[in-house]
Design a binder for this molecule. Sequence first.
Ligand code: GLN
Length: 303
Amino acid sequence: MDFQSVIEDIYQEVLPLSGQGKVADYIPALQSVNPKKLGIAIETIGGECFMVGDAQEKFSIQSISKVFNLTLGIQTKGDALWQRVGVEPSGNPFNSLVQLEYENGIPRNPFINAGALVVVDTLLDDLDRPNDEMLAFVDRLRCSQIDYDEVVAQSEKETGFNNRALINFMRARDNIRHSDEAILDVYCHQCAITMSCAGLARSFLFLANNGVVPSSDERILSSSQTKRVNAIMLTCGFYDEAGAFAYLVGLPGKSGVGGGIVAIVPGQLSIAVWSPELNRHGNSLLGIKVLEMFTTKTGLSIF
Ligand code: GLN
């Protein structure tokens, strides 16, 4: 299939639709991003790469990092992780506090903020330098030269009152062990990783390849663990819009409030899109549109 012309056509078709969403501004350092940016990148398991627009420009990956966080959590804790966090879609916004109260401090899944904060708490049991180890981990996924945007990390740490509230509510329900500062430092750095669409697509390829990085043959997760991470991406990757994403796109994927989305076609490829204007669920408006058009035009979907 000629993926290059597919994404070039989609790029031209969606460009006129920009201007309908809103760049995330609750993290002050994210406000200044140019809302008109648009990039698309595809990486195939066979090593081909296709790009259009701003596909090589780095941006703040935000909650896309929750997939790396979960993968590290599974590697270090194994199945014991699931005693601390669930695997059900939340049907609530990513930063919601209410569900935690009636479910006794056990977050619904690892892709809402509360769930990712618990996973970070478990990483702190085992990793001495979690921020360095996260960068080293992404490097193993064949995406080198990535870094943290310290301005974004600092900005979120200073204004992350909601995340602090989530941590402390869970601490009150005995589901947090480490200090607020230690957890927020790691969580905010993860969210402040900067990567391009090309880098994101490459780093997610192991999830399309049964847990093995195609270019190095390194196994990151077992086939069974990979199946589970993909299932959680499909059911929880877009918070209270997960159903619509499955309906419109039909692929496991993960979004972030920086405007990025990565999705995988198992056995074939991964695709990343960046467009900073978000819809009311905090997901990239054009990003979803691009992926909907991609699966419609190519017929590639898990359904
Ligand atoms: N850093 C953001 C937060 O904690 C991540 C949210 C997101 O990308 N959905 O609020």
